[in-house]
Ligand binder design. Structure first.
Ligand SMILES: Cc1ncc(C[n+]2csc(CCOP(=O)(O)OP(=O)(O)O)c2C)c(N)n1
Length: 279
């Protein structure tokens, strides 16, 4: 289990990976990936019970993770590689024809660590809830985690899954939202308007926890609070900043799905400490 200092070092390398991967691919989603990096690092290097050496999609004794916001693949791939699911050198193959690292995660690509294909927004929570019920029926005590975007939360299927999970009292389901206030075309409230996510998830019968998605104490505390077996699924609303860690990408939707040029990549890397070695 990594401590907060180690998490911060890993996250810096993950951010470097994201910038380099998307820049080399010439397309992809750096903004949201950089914003949720601290939470994803804490999830895989501290919170989740998982073992890359014995992982399969149906392995017993391990937690499951579904990335519903599949466009955040760059951060997901970097985290999986850095955690030991596949060689770090493979990160340089993002979005190339015939590789396992397509623009959105796909189970038919057989990339170790990937539980579910995603990219078509709105579907992941349904999968996560199904897995959570399956674990309960099998008498397993492991948990299921699911990452949602706030823009993604405009999808109706999310709320159907939310009702269903509460109905089945899935307190082994911990969903979390990348609550950056931005989506593809601008601020979430300007594009679709989801209102107050705290009130909405509470009204849907979920335990709601709010946390700072760039403060490891806050992130780890939120996960700890979510462990309570109280008959309710948990929603952690992580306040994040899109593009966090790179000054010219921070706080704007403009880097939602745009690749940095070679020059911009170098500029970004100069702001991020190399801690584990580049691929
Ligand atoms: C069903 C579906 N509709 C539209 C899209 C296109 N799309 C990709 S990401 C995105 C915005 C998602 O916003 P958010 O979840 O807030 O992610 P962020 O911008 O923070 O990365 C949209 C509309 C999609 N992938 N799937």
């Amino acid at each position: 289990m990594a401590n907060t200092q180690e998490l911060s070092r890993i996250a810096s390398q993950v951010r470097r990976d994201i910038v380099r991967m998307v820049s080399a691919a010439g397309s992809g989603h750096p903004g949201g990936s950089l914003g949720i990096t601290d939470v994803m690092t804490a999830l895989y290097f501290n919170e989740m019970k998982h073992d890359p050496a014995t992982w399969t999609r149906s392995a017993k004794g391990q937690d499951a993770f579904i990335i519903s916001a599949g466009h955040l693949a760059p951060v997901y791939y970097s985290i999986l590689a850095r955690a030991g699911y596949f060689p770090v050198s493979e990160l340089g193959t993002l979005r190339k024809f015939g590789t396992r690292l397509q623009g959105h995660p796909c189970i038919t690509d057989s990339l170790p660590g990937v539980f579910q294909s995603s990219g078509s927004l709105g579907q992941g929570l349904s999968c996560a809830a199904g897995i959570a019920l399956g674990k309960k029926l099998d008498g397993e005590s492991e948990r299921v985690y699911c990452l949602l975007g706030d823009g993604e939360s405009e999808e109706g299927q999310i709320w159907e899954a939310g009702m269903w999970a509460a109905h089945h009292k899935l307190d082994n389901l911990i969903a979390f939202t990348d609550w950056n206030g931005q989506q593809i075309d601008g601020p979430v409230e300007a594009v679709g308007g989801i209102g107050d996510l705290r009130d909405k998830w509470s009204a849907f019968g979920w335990e709601v926890i709010e946390a700072d998605g760039h403060d490891y104490d806050s992130i780890l505390k939120a996960f700890e609070l979510a462990h309570a077996a109280n008959g309710k699924p948990k929603m952690i609303l992580f306040r994040t900043e899109m593009g966090h860690g790179v000054d010219f990408m921070a706080g704007t939707h403009k880097w939602h799905g745009k690749a940095p040029s070679a020059e911009q990549c170098a500029q970004a890397l100069a702001q991020l400490e190399e801690t584990l070695g580049d691929y």
